[in-house]
Design a protein around this ligand. Structure first.
Ligand code: SF4
Length: 408
């Protein structure tokens, strides 16, 4: 079933609400849901609230009313991504890992596919860390299942995302770590279904729930606590800012200076932003933040030519990052930098008001390493939280129109 959101009807979005409703109606199934950083500052717009309103607690309350059994925060997994990706970056810099620099972020499936299509020779530059969505999914069917004595075959894992590309990501054949972990083909993919923010809004409306009037509720524990660093994943530059905070800690063993809690040069809606950060013991790290794939090409050509000055590059396919992703509300907020800046400001406010600002300070992150994963890049972390990429250049060439198709 498709729902059209493009005014001409030329572009359509797959709707997966029925699959989720079926799982919710089955008492034998434990339905676990996670919510991305950016959905909480978009969902309210579907219910008439001002652009950028943070409805985190109301979103949790609505999901409970809809019947979801366990509600986790993808922001927790964003903190975990930082631990894995930040450790990987430090090891590339020190030479412990023989992977090339600059390291590219890898949490945007649109960007990953762009590299697979157009720059397969630069795949080794992509961080092997999975996106927060996929890390959370892998842990739900392993760590959560083990701790709570839930059969992994009976878990249905849902992700609420601001993004239509995430529907593709969860179906990648590599994203079955829990199945491999349990050596059981009855275990379904780590994330069974992705619903966009708009699809969740539709579910809430169809159930007759009045989101704005709901009292705030809390996420479930184990994977329900996040830092400000996890929250800013939802806007362009946020992954970089979060990574730099923890990279500083991983190299020096000390907390990052306050200046790294507001890395102004990588904030804002410009398509290309740059900064340099000095970390004692690692020297100067030059970073670049790209949003919008058009802006990525020039940077990639520089990297390909071997004259890139950067150590770490964040790329997000959507202009402004996930807060303006393809699954976010549209009708109340036609595209503009004003809307993007307002939504981003809401995410920065969550960060500024958070009790904890650094991913490495998250107590539930410390807990998951102590109880389950051991350490970043451990054997188990590699198995569950990291992946590999494939060249799709041939697939792309095969899809390209052949010259005879233009003949008239
Ligand atoms: Fe999805 Fe866009 Fe975010 Fe990439 S930037 S993960 S395509 S919403």
């Amino acid at each position: 079933q498709c729902i059209h959101w493009c005014p001409s009807g030329a572009i359509s979005e797959r709707e997966d609400i029925d699959q989720v409703a079926k799982a919710l109606a089955d008492p034998k199934i434990t339905v676990v849901v996670q919510t991305a950083p950016a959905t909480r500052i978009g969902l309210g717009e579907e219910f008439g609230l001002p652009v950028g309103t943070n409805v985190q607690g109301k979103q949790v309350a609505a999901l409970r009313k809809l019947g979801f059994d366990v509600i986790f925060d993808t922001n927790f997994a964003a903190d975990l991504t930082i631990m894995e990706e930040g450790t990987e970056l430090v090891k590339r810099i020190t030479g412990e890992l023989h992977h090339p620099l600059p390291q590219f972020t890898s949490c945007c499936p649109g960007w990953v596919k762009f590299v697979e299509y157009y720059y397969p020779e630069l795949l080794p530059n992509l961080s092997s860390a999975k996106s927060p969505q996929q890390m959370a999914g892998a842990l739900v069917k392993t760590y959560f299942a083990e701790k709570n004595h839930v059969e992994p075959q009976k878990i249905f894992s849902v992700a609420i995302m601001p993004c239509t590309a995430k529907k593709f990501e969860c179906q990648r054949p590599e994203m079955i770590s829990a199945q491999t972990y349990w050596q059981d083909e009855q275990v379904s993919p780590d994330v069974d279904v992705v619903l966009t923010t708009r699809e969740l809004a539709r579910m809430i409306k169809r159930a007759g729930i009045d989101l704005p009037s709901l009292p705030d509720e809390e996420y479930d524990q184990l994977m329900g606590v996040a830092t400000g660093a996890g929250a800013i994943f939802g806007t362009t530059g946020g992954v970089m800012e979060a990574a730099v905070r923890s990279a500083y800690y991983l190299v020096t063993g000390e907390q990052p200076p306050a200046a790294l809690w507001q890395l102004t040069p990588v904030r804002g809606m410009e398509g290309v932003k740059e900064a340099a950060v000095s970390i004692p013991g690692a020297g100067e790290i030059r970073i670049a933040v790209i949003s919008g794939l058009d802006n990525a090409r020039a940077i990639m050509e520089q990297v390909k030519a071997g004259n890139s000055p950067w150590t770490f590059i964040e790329v997000m396919a959507c202009p402004g990052g996930c807060q303006y992703g393809g699954g976010q509300p549209r009708s109340s907020a036609p595209p503009s930098d004003g809307v993007r800046n307002t939504r981003a400001a809401s995410l920065y406010k969550i960060d500024a008001q958070a009790k904890l600002r650094n991913s490495h300070d998250n107590p539930q992150i410390k807990q998951v390493y102590a109880e389950f994963l051991t350490a970043p890049l451990s054997e188990k972390a590699e198995e569950l939280l990291h992946t590999h990429y494939i060249s799709r250049a041939e697939e792309f060439d095969a899809k390209k129109p052949q010259s005879h198709e233009y003949e008239v």
